[in-house]
Design a protein around this ligand. Structure first.
Ligand code: ATP
Ligand code: MG
Length: 236
């Protein structure tokens, strides 16, 4: 679905992603793990076009098998290709209502559809109940559900979530995990997840990739995520 090759990225002089290779297979949840500051968010932003890359390629394959080089595409084009993005820290609009927040996602659709897909309220009934509340009045967990809902209004094929469980009550984290599995199973989505919480990754991801200092250092099926690897690369 996504094939990243020898990607390099800099913030000014600071080399953040180093010759990074990463594959995201279709129909699975790939979980990117790693300590704070290793470049996980930068990698997601590079995929979305929010940071420019110095070199390397990010190839995105659509259902029909058509390949697109994302590094040559502007931000808006990437969402129109069917890539939904839930940024770290949610970034919802606090003064807009839940419904208005969801509508802001519609502009990223390629087909001009102006209706919020009912599937979003099916996955997150709380968003329907709270349609007229302001985003800023929701709990952290509800805001995260809203951020995911907003990314889903384009009916993406690939969904990128950057630490969706950060600072959120455990029952909502579990609901989000279940929605990820439903999206894969029922809607045929591919998920690229950034997550530092081990139990969450073990429960909801199919594959893991551990990053350290801007490059992947280990990867495999989630069952192969050993205590040894965790000790070496994930515990502080
Ligand atoms: N806009 C920026 N300008 C300069 N340096 C940045 C910028 N954003 C991030 N960095 C630096 O780049 C490195 C990677 O940051 P990034 O946010 O990608 O890490 P991360 O793995 O997502 O961390 P976390 O687990 O804390 O979210 C860090 O050293 C960070 O300080
Ligand atoms: Mg981050």
């Amino acid at each position: 679905m996504l094939a990243i090759e020898t990607l390099n990225q800099f913030y000014g002089e600071s080399h953040t992603l180093w010759d990074l290779d990463l594959n995201v297979p279709a129909g699975q949840c790939t979980c990117v793990m790693g300590r704070n500051g290793v470049g996980k968010t930068t990698l997601m932003k590079a995929i979305m076009g929010e940071v420019t890359v110095a070199s390397g390629s990010i190839r995105y394959t659509q259902e029909q098998g058509e390949e697109t080089e994302l590094t040559k595409k502007p931000i808006e084009a990437r969402s129109r290709l069917g890539i939904g993005y839930v940024p770290q820290g949610r970034q919802i609009f606090p003064l807009l209502t839940v419904e208005e927040n969801l509508r802001t996602g519609l502009v990223a659709r390629g087909d001009g559809v102006k209706k919020i897909p009912p599937r979003i309220f099916e996955l997150f009934p709380v968003l329907e109940e709270m349609k007229h509340r302001r985003g800023g009045d929701l709990s952290g967990g509800q805001q995260q559900q809203l951020a995911i809902g907003r990314a889903l209004v384009i009916e993406p094929k690939l969904l990128i979530l950057d630490e969706p469980g950060e600072g959120i009550q455990p029952n909502i984290v579990a609901q989000i995990g279940q929605v990820i599995r439903r999206l894969i199973k029922e809607d045929g989505l591919t998920v690229l997840l950034v997550e530092q919480k081990l139990p969450f990754a073990r429960k909801y991801a199919d594959r893991f990739v551990i990053m350290d200092r801007g490059r992947p250092v280990a990867k495999g099926n989630i069952g192969e995520l050993s205590d040894e690897l965790i000790k070496q690369h994930l515990t502080v």
